[in-house]
Design a protein around this ligand. Structure first.
Ligand SMILES: NC(=O)c1ccc[n+]([C@@H]2O[C@H](COP(=O)([O-])OP(=O)(O)OC[C@H]3O[C@@H](n4cnc5c(N)ncnc54)[C@H](O)[C@@H]3O)[C@@H](O)[C@H]2O)c1
Length: 390
Protein backbone atom coordinates (compact mmCIF):
# COMPACT_ATOMS: atom_id res chain seq x y z
CA UNK A 1 0.00 0.00 0.00
CA UNK A 2 1.07 3.53 -0.71
CA UNK A 3 1.03 6.25 1.97
CA UNK A 4 0.84 9.79 0.53
CA UNK A 5 2.16 12.91 2.21
CA UNK A 6 0.83 16.11 0.60
CA UNK A 7 2.41 19.46 1.42
CA UNK A 8 0.45 21.24 4.16
CA UNK A 9 -1.62 24.10 2.75
CA UNK A 10 -2.98 25.90 5.83
CA UNK A 11 -1.51 29.44 5.63
CA UNK A 12 1.74 29.60 7.60
CA UNK A 13 1.73 25.87 8.42
CA UNK A 14 5.32 24.56 8.48
CA UNK A 15 4.86 21.01 9.72
CA UNK A 16 4.80 17.85 7.61
CA UNK A 17 2.93 14.64 8.45
CA UNK A 18 5.82 12.18 8.01
CA UNK A 19 9.55 12.72 8.46
CA UNK A 20 12.19 10.68 6.60
CA UNK A 21 13.23 8.70 9.70
CA UNK A 22 9.90 6.83 9.92
CA UNK A 23 9.94 5.57 6.33
CA UNK A 24 12.05 2.43 7.01
CA UNK A 25 9.59 1.37 9.74
CA UNK A 26 6.66 1.80 7.40
CA UNK A 27 8.44 -0.10 4.65
CA UNK A 28 9.10 -3.00 7.01
CA UNK A 29 5.34 -3.25 7.46
CA UNK A 30 4.81 -3.27 3.68
CA UNK A 31 3.95 0.41 3.23
CA UNK A 32 5.59 2.58 0.57
CA UNK A 33 5.66 6.36 0.93
CA UNK A 34 5.10 9.08 -1.69
CA UNK A 35 5.79 12.71 -0.73
CA UNK A 36 4.78 15.87 -2.54
CA UNK A 37 7.92 17.75 -3.58
CA UNK A 38 8.94 20.26 -0.94
CA UNK A 39 6.46 18.99 1.68
CA UNK A 40 9.10 18.76 4.41
CA UNK A 41 11.30 21.71 3.47
CA UNK A 42 9.85 24.22 5.95
CA UNK A 43 10.19 21.73 8.78
CA UNK A 44 13.84 21.05 7.95
CA UNK A 45 13.42 17.85 5.92
CA UNK A 46 14.49 18.30 2.27
CA UNK A 47 13.23 15.95 -0.45
CA UNK A 48 16.65 14.30 -0.70
CA UNK A 49 16.36 12.98 2.88
CA UNK A 50 13.07 11.29 2.04
CA UNK A 51 14.56 9.60 -1.03
CA UNK A 52 17.60 8.42 0.94
CA UNK A 53 15.22 6.66 3.34
CA UNK A 54 13.31 5.04 0.47
CA UNK A 55 10.47 7.49 -0.21
CA UNK A 56 9.36 8.65 -3.66
CA UNK A 57 8.91 12.31 -4.51
CA UNK A 58 5.88 13.39 -6.56
CA UNK A 59 6.15 16.64 -8.47
CA UNK A 60 2.39 17.25 -8.32
CA UNK A 61 0.04 17.31 -5.34
CA UNK A 62 -2.66 15.63 -7.45
CA UNK A 63 -0.34 12.68 -8.06
CA UNK A 64 -0.05 12.08 -4.31
CA UNK A 65 -3.84 12.01 -3.89
CA UNK A 66 -4.38 9.95 -7.07
CA UNK A 67 -1.85 7.22 -6.29
CA UNK A 68 -1.91 6.91 -2.49
CA UNK A 69 -4.14 4.43 -0.65
CA UNK A 70 -3.65 6.33 2.59
CA UNK A 71 -3.31 10.11 2.79
CA UNK A 72 -1.63 11.46 5.93
CA UNK A 73 -1.85 15.14 6.80
CA UNK A 74 -1.33 17.41 9.77
CA UNK A 75 -4.25 19.80 9.19
CA UNK A 76 -6.89 18.14 7.01
CA UNK A 77 -10.14 19.78 5.96
CA UNK A 78 -11.93 20.61 9.18
CA UNK A 79 -8.94 21.76 11.16
CA UNK A 80 -7.76 23.53 8.01
CA UNK A 81 -10.79 25.78 7.77
CA UNK A 82 -9.07 28.20 5.41
CA UNK A 83 -7.84 26.23 2.41
CA UNK A 84 -8.62 22.62 3.33
CA UNK A 85 -11.73 22.44 1.17
CA UNK A 86 -9.64 22.30 -1.98
CA UNK A 87 -8.54 18.78 -1.05
CA UNK A 88 -12.08 17.38 -1.01
CA UNK A 89 -12.35 16.70 -4.76
CA UNK A 90 -9.00 14.88 -4.58
CA UNK A 91 -10.24 12.32 -2.04
CA UNK A 92 -11.96 9.14 -3.16
CA UNK A 93 -14.01 6.23 -1.92
CA UNK A 94 -11.99 3.52 -0.25
CA UNK A 95 -8.99 5.78 0.28
CA UNK A 96 -7.97 6.38 3.89
CA UNK A 97 -7.31 9.82 5.36
CA UNK A 98 -5.56 10.45 8.68
CA UNK A 99 -5.08 13.86 10.25
CA UNK A 100 -6.48 16.57 12.50
CA UNK A 101 -10.06 16.77 11.21
CA UNK A 102 -11.69 18.78 14.03
CA UNK A 103 -14.45 16.15 14.22
CA UNK A 104 -16.46 18.07 16.83
CA UNK A 105 -16.32 21.30 14.81
CA UNK A 106 -19.45 21.42 12.66
CA UNK A 107 -21.64 18.85 10.95
CA UNK A 108 -21.51 20.17 7.35
CA UNK A 109 -17.71 19.94 7.35
CA UNK A 110 -17.59 16.40 8.70
CA UNK A 111 -20.43 15.46 6.36
CA UNK A 112 -18.50 16.92 3.40
CA UNK A 113 -15.57 14.66 4.26
CA UNK A 114 -17.94 11.69 4.55
CA UNK A 115 -19.49 12.45 1.16
CA UNK A 116 -16.14 11.96 -0.60
CA UNK A 117 -16.40 8.31 0.46
CA UNK A 118 -13.03 8.49 2.16
CA UNK A 119 -12.34 6.35 5.24
CA UNK A 120 -11.19 9.09 7.60
CA UNK A 121 -9.48 8.94 10.99
CA UNK A 122 -9.23 11.87 13.35
CA UNK A 123 -6.14 11.95 15.53
CA UNK A 124 -8.01 14.17 18.00
CA UNK A 125 -10.23 11.23 18.93
CA UNK A 126 -7.38 9.02 20.11
CA UNK A 127 -8.45 7.28 23.33
CA UNK A 128 -6.48 8.17 26.45
CA UNK A 129 -5.22 4.72 27.20
CA UNK A 130 -1.72 3.50 27.90
CA UNK A 131 -1.67 1.59 24.59
CA UNK A 132 -2.65 4.68 22.61
CA UNK A 133 -0.16 7.00 24.30
CA UNK A 134 2.49 6.60 21.60
CA UNK A 135 -0.11 7.60 18.98
CA UNK A 136 -1.45 10.63 20.82
CA UNK A 137 -0.84 13.62 18.57
CA UNK A 138 -2.81 16.01 20.79
CA UNK A 139 -0.37 15.35 23.61
CA UNK A 140 2.62 15.78 21.29
CA UNK A 141 1.38 19.12 19.99
CA UNK A 142 0.29 20.19 23.48
CA UNK A 143 3.82 19.61 24.74
CA UNK A 144 5.21 21.89 22.05
CA UNK A 145 2.58 24.59 22.59
CA UNK A 146 3.23 24.66 26.34
CA UNK A 147 6.96 25.08 25.78
CA UNK A 148 6.59 27.75 23.12
CA UNK A 149 4.01 29.72 25.14
CA UNK A 150 6.59 30.26 27.89
CA UNK A 151 9.22 31.40 25.40
CA UNK A 152 6.77 33.91 23.90
CA UNK A 153 5.93 35.19 27.36
CA UNK A 154 9.60 35.49 28.36
CA UNK A 155 10.38 37.31 25.14
CA UNK A 156 7.54 39.79 25.66
CA UNK A 157 7.83 40.41 29.41
CA UNK A 158 9.91 43.48 30.23
CA UNK A 159 11.36 41.61 33.21
CA UNK A 160 13.80 38.73 33.62
CA UNK A 161 12.46 35.26 34.48
CA UNK A 162 15.17 34.04 36.89
CA UNK A 163 16.20 35.44 40.22
CA UNK A 164 19.63 37.00 39.85
CA UNK A 165 21.98 38.23 42.53
CA UNK A 166 24.21 40.72 40.79
CA UNK A 167 26.58 43.51 41.74
CA UNK A 168 23.78 45.80 40.62
CA UNK A 169 21.44 44.30 43.15
CA UNK A 170 19.06 41.38 43.39
CA UNK A 171 16.52 40.73 40.64
CA UNK A 172 13.35 39.05 41.85
CA UNK A 173 12.07 36.12 39.74
CA UNK A 174 9.05 36.43 37.47
CA UNK A 175 5.81 35.05 38.84
CA UNK A 176 4.07 32.81 36.33
CA UNK A 177 0.55 31.41 36.63
CA UNK A 178 -0.54 28.49 34.49
CA UNK A 179 -4.29 27.97 34.21
CA UNK A 180 -5.22 24.51 33.00
CA UNK A 181 -2.55 21.97 33.82
CA UNK A 182 -3.15 19.42 31.08
CA UNK A 183 -0.35 18.31 28.79
CA UNK A 184 0.38 21.84 27.51
CA UNK A 185 0.05 23.41 30.94
CA UNK A 186 2.38 20.89 32.56
CA UNK A 187 5.01 21.48 29.89
CA UNK A 188 4.61 25.23 30.44
CA UNK A 189 5.23 24.74 34.17
CA UNK A 190 8.38 22.72 33.47
CA UNK A 191 9.69 25.25 30.94
CA UNK A 192 8.99 28.30 33.12
CA UNK A 193 10.70 26.57 36.04
CA UNK A 194 13.76 25.86 33.91
CA UNK A 195 13.93 29.57 33.14
CA UNK A 196 13.91 30.28 36.85
CA UNK A 197 10.40 31.65 37.33
CA UNK A 198 8.27 31.04 40.40
CA UNK A 199 5.36 29.04 39.02
CA UNK A 200 1.82 28.47 40.27
CA UNK A 201 -0.84 26.46 38.49
CA UNK A 202 -4.56 26.03 38.70
CA UNK A 203 -6.82 23.34 37.27
CA UNK A 204 -10.34 22.28 38.10
CA UNK A 205 -9.31 18.64 38.18
CA UNK A 206 -7.90 18.04 41.67
CA UNK A 207 -6.00 15.01 40.32
CA UNK A 208 -3.50 17.43 38.77
CA UNK A 209 -2.20 18.79 42.08
CA UNK A 210 0.44 16.12 42.54
CA UNK A 211 1.75 16.54 38.97
CA UNK A 212 2.08 20.30 39.50
CA UNK A 213 4.03 19.72 42.72
CA UNK A 214 6.32 17.19 41.08
CA UNK A 215 7.33 19.84 38.53
CA UNK A 216 8.15 22.33 41.24
CA UNK A 217 4.97 24.38 40.87
CA UNK A 218 2.61 25.59 43.56
CA UNK A 219 -0.99 24.43 43.17
CA UNK A 220 -3.61 27.14 43.54
CA UNK A 221 -6.58 25.85 45.49
CA UNK A 222 -9.87 27.68 45.21
CA UNK A 223 -12.69 27.30 47.67
CA UNK A 224 -14.98 25.75 45.04
CA UNK A 225 -15.24 22.24 43.82
CA UNK A 226 -16.09 21.21 40.28
CA UNK A 227 -18.83 18.63 39.86
CA UNK A 228 -17.51 15.49 38.08
CA UNK A 229 -14.38 17.43 37.11
CA UNK A 230 -13.30 14.88 34.53
CA UNK A 231 -14.93 12.39 32.22
CA UNK A 232 -13.96 8.76 31.73
CA UNK A 233 -11.47 9.81 29.07
CA UNK A 234 -9.57 12.10 31.45
CA UNK A 235 -10.91 15.30 29.86
CA UNK A 236 -12.34 18.18 31.86
CA UNK A 237 -16.13 18.33 31.85
CA UNK A 238 -17.97 21.57 31.13
CA UNK A 239 -19.34 23.19 34.31
CA UNK A 240 -22.41 25.38 34.77
CA UNK A 241 -22.22 29.19 34.57
CA UNK A 242 -22.50 29.66 38.35
CA UNK A 243 -19.33 27.60 38.77
CA UNK A 244 -17.45 29.66 36.20
CA UNK A 245 -18.66 32.89 37.82
CA UNK A 246 -17.48 31.85 41.29
CA UNK A 247 -14.23 30.63 39.77
CA UNK A 248 -13.61 34.04 38.17
CA UNK A 249 -14.29 35.88 41.43
CA UNK A 250 -11.71 33.80 43.28
CA UNK A 251 -9.16 33.83 40.47
CA UNK A 252 -9.17 37.65 40.26
CA UNK A 253 -6.82 38.11 43.19
CA UNK A 254 -4.54 35.29 42.07
CA UNK A 255 -4.14 36.70 38.55
CA UNK A 256 -3.25 40.18 39.83
CA UNK A 257 -0.28 38.74 41.72
CA UNK A 258 1.39 37.35 38.59
CA UNK A 259 3.55 38.83 35.85
CA UNK A 260 2.69 36.13 33.33
CA UNK A 261 -0.48 34.13 32.91
CA UNK A 262 -0.56 31.21 30.50
CA UNK A 263 -4.01 29.82 29.94
CA UNK A 264 -4.45 26.33 28.54
CA UNK A 265 -7.90 25.33 29.76
CA UNK A 266 -9.97 23.72 27.09
CA UNK A 267 -13.05 21.53 27.12
CA UNK A 268 -13.21 19.30 24.02
CA UNK A 269 -15.75 20.48 21.45
CA UNK A 270 -16.89 23.41 23.59
CA UNK A 271 -16.05 27.09 23.58
CA UNK A 272 -13.22 27.62 26.07
CA UNK A 273 -14.30 28.81 29.53
CA UNK A 274 -13.47 32.45 30.30
CA UNK A 275 -11.06 32.40 33.24
CA UNK A 276 -9.51 35.86 32.87
CA UNK A 277 -12.01 38.70 32.55
CA UNK A 278 -11.28 42.22 31.34
CA UNK A 279 -11.45 43.43 34.94
CA UNK A 280 -8.75 40.92 35.89
CA UNK A 281 -6.56 42.15 33.02
CA UNK A 282 -7.01 45.73 34.20
CA UNK A 283 -5.87 44.72 37.69
CA UNK A 284 -2.58 43.23 36.43
CA UNK A 285 0.63 45.26 36.61
CA UNK A 286 1.50 47.11 33.38
CA UNK A 287 3.91 45.09 31.24
CA UNK A 288 2.36 41.77 32.32
CA UNK A 289 1.80 39.14 29.67
CA UNK A 290 -1.01 36.69 28.99
CA UNK A 291 -0.49 33.87 26.51
CA UNK A 292 -3.83 32.29 25.68
CA UNK A 293 -3.33 28.78 24.34
CA UNK A 294 -7.10 28.34 24.07
CA UNK A 295 -7.31 31.25 21.58
CA UNK A 296 -8.33 28.94 18.77
CA UNK A 297 -11.50 27.95 20.62
CA UNK A 298 -12.57 31.40 21.76
CA UNK A 299 -9.88 31.91 24.39
CA UNK A 300 -9.69 31.73 28.19
CA UNK A 301 -9.21 35.49 28.39
CA UNK A 302 -12.06 37.80 27.58
CA UNK A 303 -9.79 40.24 25.71
CA UNK A 304 -8.00 37.66 23.57
CA UNK A 305 -8.22 38.19 19.84
CA UNK A 306 -7.71 34.94 18.00
CA UNK A 307 -4.47 34.94 16.05
CA UNK A 308 -3.45 38.39 17.27
CA UNK A 309 -1.31 40.14 19.85
CA UNK A 310 -3.01 43.03 21.58
CA UNK A 311 -2.09 45.35 24.43
CA UNK A 312 -4.97 46.17 26.80
CA UNK A 313 -4.54 48.13 30.03
CA UNK A 314 -0.78 47.84 29.47
CA UNK A 315 -0.98 44.03 29.41
CA UNK A 316 0.15 42.11 26.31
CA UNK A 317 -2.34 39.43 25.37
CA UNK A 318 -1.00 36.89 22.91
CA UNK A 319 -3.70 34.91 21.10
CA UNK A 320 -1.45 33.09 18.65
CA UNK A 321 -2.89 29.99 17.07
CA UNK A 322 -1.09 26.99 15.66
CA UNK A 323 1.96 27.44 17.90
CA UNK A 324 3.10 23.87 17.28
CA UNK A 325 3.81 24.90 13.71
CA UNK A 326 6.43 27.36 14.97
CA UNK A 327 8.62 24.46 16.13
CA UNK A 328 8.13 22.46 12.94
CA UNK A 329 11.15 20.15 13.10
CA UNK A 330 10.26 18.46 16.36
CA UNK A 331 6.51 18.90 15.99
CA UNK A 332 6.74 16.97 12.70
CA UNK A 333 9.02 14.35 14.20
CA UNK A 334 6.65 13.70 17.10
CA UNK A 335 3.58 13.74 14.86
CA UNK A 336 5.24 11.37 12.37
CA UNK A 337 6.03 8.91 15.15
CA UNK A 338 2.46 9.14 16.44
CA UNK A 339 1.11 8.46 12.93
CA UNK A 340 3.53 5.63 12.31
CA UNK A 341 2.51 3.88 15.53
CA UNK A 342 -1.12 4.42 14.60
CA UNK A 343 -0.62 3.00 11.09
CA UNK A 344 1.41 0.02 12.25
CA UNK A 345 -1.40 -0.85 14.66
CA UNK A 346 -3.83 -1.10 11.71
CA UNK A 347 -1.67 -2.62 8.99
CA UNK A 348 -1.48 -6.39 8.72
CA UNK A 349 0.50 -8.02 5.86
CA UNK A 350 0.86 -4.68 4.10
CA UNK A 351 -2.92 -4.08 4.12
CA UNK A 352 -5.10 -1.78 6.19
CA UNK A 353 -7.33 -4.01 8.35
CA UNK A 354 -9.96 -2.18 10.34
CA UNK A 355 -10.54 -4.17 13.48
CA UNK A 356 -13.58 -2.54 15.03
CA UNK A 357 -12.97 -4.46 18.25
CA UNK A 358 -9.85 -2.33 18.70
CA UNK A 359 -10.78 0.75 20.73
CA UNK A 360 -8.09 2.78 18.94
CA UNK A 361 -9.62 2.10 15.53
CA UNK A 362 -13.23 2.44 16.70
CA UNK A 363 -12.62 5.74 18.49
CA UNK A 364 -10.70 7.46 15.70
CA UNK A 365 -12.66 6.30 12.64
CA UNK A 366 -14.92 9.20 11.67
CA UNK A 367 -16.29 8.50 8.20
CA UNK A 368 -16.61 5.40 6.06
CA UNK A 369 -18.63 4.55 2.95
CA UNK A 370 -20.13 8.06 2.73
CA UNK A 371 -21.39 8.16 6.35
CA UNK A 372 -20.27 9.67 9.64
CA UNK A 373 -19.80 6.40 11.52
CA UNK A 374 -18.22 7.57 14.76
CA UNK A 375 -20.63 7.16 17.68
CA UNK A 376 -19.06 9.98 19.75
CA UNK A 377 -19.29 12.40 16.83
CA UNK A 378 -22.87 11.35 16.04
CA UNK A 379 -23.90 11.78 19.66
CA UNK A 380 -22.15 15.14 19.91
CA UNK A 381 -24.12 16.45 16.91
CA UNK A 382 -27.32 14.65 18.01
CA UNK A 383 -27.38 12.59 14.81
CA UNK A 384 -29.48 9.41 15.00
CA UNK A 385 -27.47 6.30 15.81
CA UNK A 386 -26.47 4.29 12.75
CA UNK A 387 -28.09 0.89 12.49
CA UNK A 388 -24.83 -0.68 11.40
CA UNK A 389 -22.87 1.12 14.12
CA UNK A 390 -20.85 -1.13 16.36
N1 LIG B 1 -2.98 8.36 26.84
C1 LIG B 1 -3.20 8.93 28.02
O1 LIG B 1 -3.29 8.29 29.03
C2 LIG B 1 -3.36 10.43 28.07
C3 LIG B 1 -3.13 11.16 26.92
C4 LIG B 1 -3.27 12.56 26.97
C5 LIG B 1 -3.65 13.17 28.16
N2 LIG B 1 -3.86 12.44 29.26
C6 LIG B 1 -4.27 13.11 30.51
O2 LIG B 1 -5.49 13.81 30.31
C7 LIG B 1 -5.51 15.01 31.07
C8 LIG B 1 -5.93 16.25 30.25
O3 LIG B 1 -4.93 16.53 29.29
P1 LIG B 1 -5.05 17.57 28.07
O4 LIG B 1 -3.83 18.37 28.05
O5 LIG B 1 -5.35 16.87 26.82
O6 LIG B 1 -6.27 18.46 28.49
P2 LIG B 1 -7.04 19.53 27.65
O7 LIG B 1 -6.16 20.16 26.62
O8 LIG B 1 -8.31 18.91 27.20
O9 LIG B 1 -7.37 20.61 28.79
C9 LIG B 1 -6.37 21.34 29.44
C10 LIG B 1 -6.58 21.43 30.93
O10 LIG B 1 -7.52 22.45 31.23
C11 LIG B 1 -8.26 22.08 32.36
N3 LIG B 1 -9.50 22.87 32.46
C12 LIG B 1 -10.62 22.82 31.68
N4 LIG B 1 -11.53 23.72 32.09
C13 LIG B 1 -10.99 24.36 33.15
C14 LIG B 1 -11.43 25.41 34.03
N5 LIG B 1 -12.64 25.97 33.90
N6 LIG B 1 -10.60 25.80 35.02
C15 LIG B 1 -9.38 25.24 35.17
N7 LIG B 1 -8.90 24.27 34.38
C16 LIG B 1 -9.69 23.83 33.39
C17 LIG B 1 -8.45 20.60 32.16
O11 LIG B 1 -8.75 19.96 33.38
C18 LIG B 1 -7.11 20.17 31.58
O12 LIG B 1 -6.20 19.76 32.58
C19 LIG B 1 -4.13 15.11 31.66
O13 LIG B 1 -4.19 14.67 33.00
C20 LIG B 1 -3.27 14.19 30.87
O14 LIG B 1 -2.18 13.68 31.58
C21 LIG B 1 -3.75 11.08 29.25
Amino acid sequence: MLVGVPREIFPGERRVALVPAVIPNLKKAGLEVIIEAGAGVEAGYPDSEYTVKGGTIAAERTEVFRTADIIVQVLSYGSNDVTGKQDLPLLRKGQALIGFLRPLGDVPTVQAIATTGVTSFSVELMPRTTRAQSMDALSSMGTICGYKAVLLAADTLPRLFPMLMTAAGTITPARVLIMGAGVAGLQAIATARRLGAVVSAYDLRPAVKEQVHSLGGRFVELAIEAKDAQDAGGYAKAQDESFYQKQRELLGQVVAQHDVVITAAVVPGKKSPVLVTKEMVAAMAPGSVIVDLAAERGGNCELTRTGERVVEHGVSIIGSINLASTVPYHASQMYARNLTNFLLNMVKDGQLKLNMDDEIVRSTLVTEGGEIVNSRVREFFSLPALVTQS
